[in-house]
Design a protein around this ligand. Structure first.
Ligand SMILES: Cc1cc2nc3c(=O)[nH]c(=O)nc-3n(C[C@H](O)[C@H](O)[C@H](O)COP(=O)(O)OP(=O)(O)OC[C@H]3O[C@@H](n4cnc5c(N)ncnc54)[C@H](O)[C@@H]3O)c2cc1C
Length: 431
């Protein structure tokens, strides 16, 4: 009897899942596991905030529960635990005599540390990775990740010229049963208790509900039911309503939606409905997501450094007024446009890309607060928190990334006049 363990991480879906698709026919017993890692319940290092807000946690809970239900429907289940993967997985492997633990490869500092810790504790079981975080697999890049161009456009041109995007994997129809866990008494000490549900804000762009089911419904709505994709490029800087952008990010961040599947659906849309600048532009934005993941691989912990990727330059100095930071977090500073965006974030866990650029610039360039405080606050609050997208975008805005325009500055009243000319967005959130 071959027993394998599938350690779910940021790959909380059945569609386009290499391990699920490839394993089902070959193993006798399969144990899918999700672990709420203790680091999630710690405080952020600089600002001592909870690392995960109740709303972000709810979105994660919904995603995990949706996966559990889907696995149950195809003959399996999901073991949900709270603890340290390096303590729990080796014990599970020993108890079930599993020979392999499969996991999606992660590339950021804490996640890699976690992988190493698990591997170091395994004796008769190996840890095997598959690559599914990005649209372009790291192994398909036309250069070594250490040679990643420092300018996005150069990266984009190179990959567009020579990269092949793999085909997505089909969802499994039936999975092998679970191994017997009746002797695993330690499991009761690692039960995870989901928190009580919070109501959705009626003002939110979408009532974001976590999970693959809702991710696929959102894609169907945005691409096929409404065809909003056909004008994405013109609307993507919007602020109000569900239509201005895809809102795929919370699903992509947890892997409830696969970037490769999104890409295939863009291609299908281009064949069946329309191919234009907008359909290309969604692909272009997915390349930004990939690019920052590769930046994270190349620069590792430096994406968290105060001076970012600009170690050779004089460090920037900040005033770091606690009051200014608190007012910014609470949407109580001098600029109504900033306050409206920050209230949206607090009430819903989401903010548009235009909003994020403005509030980040305001915190760093106008209030002169260390950009990492803002990045930590975003980590706490964003439903779509994604380590590299968050920290690398903040570095860009703060001028410590590899942005060719180092002194990018957002004039807030001018931005408000351009993107919220009638003040409807500010009114929506501040009235
Ligand atoms: C300071 C700051 C922090 C950010 N933090 C995050 C974060 O933690 N998680 C996150 O997913 N995005 C982050 N972004 C990027 C971007 O704002 C969001 O991806 C986007 O607003 C999500 O909405 P959407 O899915 O409707 O995007 P769409 O406009 O529909 O774009 C489609 C997808 O492309 C990707 N994408 C778009 N813009 C970017 C970008 N600038 N960088 C990387 N990927 C992008 C996302 O995966 C997004 O879902 C941040 C941007 C800034 C300026």
């Amino acid at each position: 009897m071959q027993t394998h363990i599938l350690w779910f991480r940021n790959d909380l879906r059945l569609h386009d899942h290499e391990a699920l698709a490839a394993l089902a026919p070959h193993v006798s017993l399969l144990l899918p596991v999700f672990i709420y890692e203790e680091k999630l319940f710690k405080k952020t290092p600089l600002t001592a905030l909870a690392r995960i807000s109740p709303r972000r946690r709810q979105f994660l809970d919904e995603t995990v529960q949706d996966l559990k239900k889907k696995l149950q429907k195809i003959g399996s289940d999901l073991l949900i635990l709270r603890g340290q993967p390096e303590s729990l997985l080796p014990v599970l492997a020993a108890a079930t005599q599993a020979s392999v633990i499969h996991a999606q490869k992660e590339y950021t500092y804490e996640e890699v540390a976690s992988e190493k810790a698990v591997a170091s504790q395994l004796t008769h079981c190996k840890l095997s990775f598959f690559e599914a975080q990005t649209l372009i697999a790291p192994s398909a890049l036309p250069f070594d990740v250490q040679q990643l161009p420092n300018i996005f456009t150069e990266f984009r041109k190179k990959v567009e010229l020579s990269c092949r995007i793999r085909r997505s994997w089909s969802s499994p129809i039936k999975l092998p049963p679970l191994p017997d866990l009746s002797s695993c008494h330690f499991l009761s000490k690692h039960q995870y208790c989901p928190q009580e549900s919070l109501p959705h804000s009626p003002k939110a762009v979408l009532p974001f509900v976590g999970g693959e089911t809702h991710a696929l419904l959102r894609l169907k709505h945005y691409f096929w039911d409404t065809q909003h994709l056909s004008c994405y490029k013109e609307t993507r800087n919007g602020l109000l309503g569900e239509a201005y952008s895809s809102k795929f990010s919370p699903y992509l961040a947890l892997g409830a939606l696969s970037p490769v599947y999104v890409y295939e659906e863009i291609q299908r849309f281009e064949k069946q409905i329309l191919k234009n600048d907008s359909t290309y532009w969604l692909f272009f934005e997915l390349l930004w997501r990939d690019y920052f993941k590769f930046v994270g691989m190349k620069y590792e912990q430096r994406i968290f450094y105060k001076n970012g990727l600009m170690a050779h330059k004089n460090p920037k100095t900040y005033k770091n007024s606690l009051k200014d930071f608190r007012d910014w977090c609470q949407g109580q500073c001098q600029q109504p446009f900033i306050n409206a965006n920050m209230r949206e974030l607090a009430e819903t866990g989401f903010m548009s890309n235009r909003g994020r650029q403005n509030v980040a610039s305001y915190l760093v360039k106008d209030l002169k607060v260390d950009w990492r405080w803002g990045a930590e606050f975003f980590e706490t609050m964003l439903l779509d928190y994604d380590t590299t997208s968050n920290w690398c975008n903040w570095q860009y805005v703060a001028g410590v990334g590899k942005d060719p325009r180092e002194d990018r500055y957002f004039n807030i009243p001018r931005q408000a006049a351009l993107y919220d000319p009638d003040g409807l967005y500010v009114q929506h959130w501040l009235d």
